[in-house]
Design a protein around this ligand. Structure first.
Ligand SMILES: NC(=O)c1ccc[n+]([C@@H]2O[C@H](COP(=O)([O-])OP(=O)(O)OC[C@H]3O[C@@H](n4cnc5c(N)ncnc54)[C@H](OP(=O)(O)O)[C@@H]3O)[C@@H](O)[C@H]2O)c1
Length: 334
């Protein structure tokens, strides 16, 4: 397969530190250019990462006819506007999560995709990760009996007012940043959409962004998923899938290590001290490499995008419902 020629919109930390080095592990990815609002920054990043071209604006990169696909890791409020511009310029787009500020905005991308015939995909790396493929296999094969409940947690501590996550107008706050992960993984493993949700949310008094949120989601098959996310407690992440005959604990569900195997703790429930736990190591996988490779294959028509835009709109609807529940103080039907 001919490698896909990529351009990167911005010198965002997630791109320069994780996604670009990951993608470059794949022979199907040829990263040809990087753009920044500042040419100096673009040139410095290009030098450091060995990318041949640097552009002093996002628009210049989009005007380069050699670029076939664009990775968009801009702040959340720029995901849809720049993705629309890239589509209008004839580029396929891999756009960071959350793909939009809300579901209505995400639907604009569905219309643009249908108009242009180009691929747009939300960069939910967990959907490409080997450990999550294994969790899905285990649950589907009945390894824990019938799945009954899911429990998730994702947190870190950050109090920098200059961080993009501290600005409400830019889509700041923990729910959009990390609450989206227990939501997407619960939807992915059940293969279903929640029917209703209730949430409790705490907001920063000055910055107004949410720093703590917990939610309960009911799925139509009876599964209840609950999760907490916070940007102002100690770093922690875990997902539990509990069934009638056992439990799977995903030890590092989201920031999966790239140099050592991930561990799944599969507990038959026979011993509360953990004597019934079998540890399964999932071979090393750089989920950013897998994501870039899968997207490149989709561009060449070798596979469908792993995350459909329709699924991304559905994820945004759940995120919208978290905030609606916060406002009205009760259950929200989806
Ligand atoms: N999938 C994952 O694992 C993962 C992990 C972390 C973050 N993310 C997502 O990636 C995105 C970026 O996160 P990040 O932590 O990498 O952010 P960041 O380091 O702050 O980067 C954002 C970039 O956007 C550009 N930008 C354009 N307009 C801006 C503005 N008004 N204010 C600030 N920056 C602006 C800047 O690049 P230039 O100055 O070069 O133009 C900046 O470097 C977010 O959507 C986040 O949710 C995903």
């Amino acid at each position: 397969m001919k490698p896909v020629v990529w351009g990167i919109l911005s010198t965002a930390r997630i791109g320069t530190v994780q996604v670009i080095p990951g993608m470059r592990k794949s022979k199907l990815v040829d990263i040809r250019g990087i753009a920044s609002r500042s040419l100096d920054k673009a040139e410095a990043a290009a030098r450091e990462l060995g990318i041949p071209r640097a552009y002093g604006s996002y628009e210049e990169l989009l005007a380069d006819p050699e670029i076939e696909a664009v990775y968009n890791p801009l702040p959340n409020h720029l995901h849809v506007p720049l993705t629309l511009k890239a589509l209008a310029a004839g580029k396929h787009v891999l756009c960071e999560k959350p793909i939009a500020m809300n579901a209505a905005e995400a639907r604009q991308l569905v219309a643009a995709r249908d108009r242009t015939g180009l691929i747009v995909e939300e960069a939910f790396m967990v959907r490409h990760a080997r450990q999550w493929k294994r969790v899905r296999e285990l649950v589907a094969s009945g390894a824990i009996g019938e799945l009954r409940t899911i429990q998730g947690f994702f947190s870190y501590y950050m109090d920098d007012p200059a961080n993009i996550r501290s600005v409400p107008e830019w889509g700041g706050g923990g729910v959009l940043d990390i609450g989206c992960y227990p939501i997407v993984t619960s939807r992915m493993v059940t293969g279903l959409e929640p029917g209703r949700i209730v949430a409790a949310v705490r907001r920063h008094a000055d910055l107004k962004v949410d720093w703590l949120a917990s939610a309960i989601m009911e799925f139509p098959n009876g599964v209840i998923a609950s999760w907490t996310c916070s940007t102002q407690v100690a770093d922690y992440q875990r997902m539990h899938f509990v069934g009638t005959k056992g439990r799977i604990e995903v030890e590092i569900p989201f920031n999966a290590p790239k140099t050592v195997p991930c561990r799944l703790l599969i507990d038959d429930g026979s011993d509360l001290h953990g004597g019934g736990i079998r540890i399964e190591e999932v071979p090393v996988c750089d989920h950013y490499a897998a994501q870039g490779e899968d997207f490149s294959r989709a561009v060449r028509g070798e596979m469908a995008p792993v995350t459909s835009l329709e699924s991304s709109v559905a994820n945004m609807r759940v995120l919208d419902a978290v905030f609606e529940s916060e406002r009205k103080g009760g259950w929200v039907k989806l």
